[in-house]
Design a protein around this ligand. Structure first.
Ligand SMILES: [Zn+2]
Ligand SMILES: [Zn+2]
Length: 381
């Protein structure tokens, strides 16, 4: 494709043009170059170009972005729109062709947006922690390539409905005992659309949209959690009448990990040590999401005791998505002292010696007593 022309130049307006100027210029240009009216070979290309320019310049946000960054900004804003042609441009054309005073108001309402599309993506525990680029398959309705959403063969403009004269609305006079009443409702012939599809496009059968399977790359930020949803603006279905496309919502499901669980930014794990390690302390390897680290268990470690490994948890989602690297949470390791069920002869002998040395006294558990007292205080008994 040739280099893109400046959008203001395409519409033949100044950079300072008002919204109304742009609309007026667009209408006259679109009328001049509509492929149905203009049979010259370049007309179709020009028509597309005019619509694209109008689409950007008629939207205040997109126009501002274009003013600052040029075509690069609109390219980014167009997202996955593969035609550079977000939806059908015909809504506005109708307005200029058929827009009498009766239809003006009705058609001024923004056309409905395209439907949102939702899907679920499954991540491993590690992918959710560190972030990942995932490709998802999206099945969505897009403006028909053949008729560019006009619904008519070859992209022709559909003629106004003869029943309602293009207004999409019919008025009926009802006689009642209280007198005459005028009621207005959508035209039954055209279902309120104001046009008749006399020669339906053979590709979309006059629907204006066709189903497409698209592979879309989703940037999943580090630190995302199970059940979260990502919104991809404008990546949903195209609207039937030139409205904005819907959004794509990607819901995240995180598969459970064999050793790790997670609550917020904390990763939990458990580790089993033997009685001697608990009593004497030891230097052991602990698995973290970044790989094993050496950790020193102090002597006298109790079963159920917890240790923190700072910086081994989940990155902060907000700081990871703004590219600042992400503040890592911590890993909470719970120690389980594993009491052996089977002993070798030698071990049995050693434990028997130990038993003799330790004696057979039983000690009340001070922690439980304190808990009991606290409960008693709290209840005031
Ligand atoms: Zn079509
Ligand atoms: Zn009608």
């Amino acid at each position: 494709m040739a280099e893109k022309r400046d959008y203001y130049e395409v519409l033949g307006v100044e950079r300072t043009a008002t919204e109304a100027d742009i609309k007026r210029a667009y209408r006259s240009m679109a009328r001049k170059f509509h492929p149905d009216v203009n049979r010259e070979s370049h007309a179709e290309e020009r028509f597309k170009e005019i619509n694209e320019a109008h689409e950007v310049l008629s939207n205040a946000d997109r126009r501002a972005a274009y003013d600052r960054f040029g075509h690069a900004a609109t390219g980014a804003n167009m997202g996955g729109d593969p035609f550079g042609f977000g939806g059908s441009p015909f809504g506005d054309i109708f307005e200029s062709f058929f827009g009498g005073s009766t239809t003006g108001q009705r058609r001024r309402q923004a056309p409905p947006r395209g439907a949102d599309v939702q899907l679920t993506v499954e991540l491993t525990f590690e992918e959710a922690v560190f972030g990942v680029e995932k490709e998802v398959e999206v099945d969505r309705l897009e403006a028909c390539d053949a008729c560019r959403g006009s619904r008519m063969e070859g992209g022709k403009i559909p003629p106004a409905c003869t029943a309602c004269g293009g207004s999409g609305e019919v008025r009926r006079v009802q006689q009642t005992i209280l007198g005459q009443f005028m009621t207005a409702g959508p035209c039954p012939t055209c279902q309120g659309e104001g046009v008749t599809i006399t020669d339906p496009c053979h590709v979309c059968h006059g629907r204006g949209r066709t189903r497409h399977y698209r592979t879309i790359s989703v940037n999943v930020p580090a630190g995302i959690d199970d059940g979260a949803a990502l919104r991809l603006s404008g990546q949903g279905e195209h609207a039937p009448n030139g409205g904005a496309p819907g959004n794509l919502y990607v819901k995240v499901r995180v598969k459970p990990h064999r050793y790790f669980t997670r609550s917020g930014r904390t990763i939990h794990s458990e580790i089993g040590i033997n009685v001697a390690q608990a009593v004497l302390g030891d230097e052991i390897e602990i698995d973290t999401i970044d790989g094993p680290v050496v950790f020193t268990i102090p002597g006298g470690t109790q079963s159920g005791q917890q240790f923190r490994l700072r910086g081994k948890g989940v990155p902060d989602l907000r700081s990871s998505s703004n590219g600042s690297g992400g503040d890592r949470g911590e890993q909470l390791v719970t120690i389980r002292v594993v009491v052996p069920k089977k002993l070798t002869d030698e071990q049995r002998e050693l434990f028997e010696q130990l038993a003799m040395s330790l004696g057979n006294e039983v000690h009340p558990q001070p922690t439980n007593r304190r808990l009991f007292d606290r409960v008693k205080d709290a209840l005031g008994v």
